[in-house]
Design a protein around this ligand. Sequence first.
Ligand code: SF4
Ligand code: SF4
Length: 473
Amino acid sequence: MKTPTLETLSSIHTDGSRKFIHPADVKGRFTHLRRLAGALLLLIYIALPWIPVNGYPAVFLDVQERRFHFMGLTLATQDLWVGFFLITGLAFSLFYITALFGRLWCGWTCPYTVFLEHVYRRIERLIDGDATARRRLEDAPWSAGKVTKRLLKHGLFVLVSALIAHIFLSYFVSIKKLYEMMKGPPTEHFLAFGIVSFLTGALYFSFSWFREQFCIILCPYGRLQSALTDDHSIVIGYDKSRGEPRGKAGSTTGSCIDCRRCVQVCPTGIDIRNGMQLECIGCAACVDACDDIMTKLKRPTGLVRYDSYVGLKGGRTKVIRPRTIFYTFMLLAGVAAFAFASTRISALRASAVRMIGAPFYVADDIVRNQFLVRVINKRNEPSTYRLELVGAAPAGLKATGLDQLLEVPAMGEEQKTLVLSLPEKAFEKSFRLQVKVTDTRRGDSMTTRVMEFLGPDPRLRSHAPLDPKAFLQ
Ligand code: SF4
Ligand code: SF4
């Protein structure tokens, strides 16, 4: 195995072809904790579509009905502006965590790492054995044993990919609907079948072949690291002052015995002793590997450790610094904005818009304005609403369409035509009104935006000759 350098990628041969990395197994406290975190995250991914909250799956992005359910909070498409605060809040959380702890997200919680390390690589280890056995098998000529192992491994990879893809789809169609779809022929739900097939293929390709190349070449977050971290961010690093000069135990004063265990366990094939590199996903496998060696040598652990660049050089790591203050401020602003925005989401939405056509009609000395009132019920049960006009209106205004209660089914919407009529003589100038919609049982209400009642200019009403001066006033 060639020693990785800063000039070359360990996953590419000198002729440019792909070189598979077979990270060695490692044991230790971080590996153990990472496994627990991975198992928990996988459990959450699998369980969320199954857990009912307020009659819907805990996370259900119902694209067909344009309703989005998050832990009991239901958002209609009109509420999606709240998502802006959610997404920016999550982005700033990630910036914040990165400024403090480097690529903690990548190594511990990124779905790509979780699936690769805790699902696919575990299957591979189970079938092909440890790193040495895997390398030997890769170089071995094709035989019945190799074919069997390859078929078994790739068969399981396809199966797991299909499973992950189906669970992913259930976030959009619900488990119940997914099960119904699975019972029917693909031709009945071709789009869903196409999405799952594509996802299965993409997952299989990514985790059986592309692997760490995604983190090294494609992931934009990895590229942002140098902008988000500074010398005080906690990363995984090698204590050069203690490790160097490296050499066989007893032959030098440095602690590093150049055993290369930290390189062998690295899933991206780098040598952390070369310093912080873009390929490092912060998985801490090299920390456990080196600690294990140091323990065996009865030397203090932590030659490779979580520390800041300043800390590795013997300085004091600062937690409070301009970058973290700024990210904290932005994070808190995002949380406050999201919390405020969430309070603006109600279980009822109402709107009133002028109907298509002329803004008003005059017939038999009556001025008519027509509006379309739309009521959306975001509750999981049917509701009945009372509709009433609010605002100062001239005497003689009649409203047709609001006299009856409006029944709206659970998570449904209804529309009503509202016709406002006013004797032409009573119309002096345009005026503004709103429709107040009240849930008859619960009492919660919402008032629509203002509707403007329009009519003919009263100055045109007289049949006397027009005085142009009147229009210039
Ligand atoms: S595992 Fe530790 S001792 Fe071995 S090469 Fe890496 S840094 Fe040196
Ligand atoms: S250098 Fe260490 S922390 Fe970084 S990816 Fe390799 S093993 Fe993981």
